[in-house]
Design a protein around this ligand. Sequence first.
Ligand SMILES: [Ca+2]
Length: 108
Amino acid sequence: MKKTRLAVISLASAAALVAGSALATMDLQKEFLKQYPDSKMKCGSCHTKAMPKKGEADLNKFGADMGKVKKDGKYNFAALDKMDSDGDGVSNGDELKKGTNPGDPASK
Ligand SMILES: [Ca+2]
């Protein structure tokens, strides 16, 4: 009986952790789209893979820059706008307004 209870608590804890991380990602996407309604935000905007699976969530340069402008849980979007994360000569802000990918130099 004790083992069953422990297993149920462990499963519930694991589910809460997974749900928490998924919600954080959804919250970030919502916050991002609120800030940049014309952007074509997708997983590949911040990650090296278009559809990253668990363990493949490597960030591209734009995703890494988003992490750099995060302070106390808030993103400094004004600072992010001025950067040119992918080095293609077009600022992140301009790319996000145009709907191009600020993490892909081939998209500008
Ligand atoms: Ca750029």
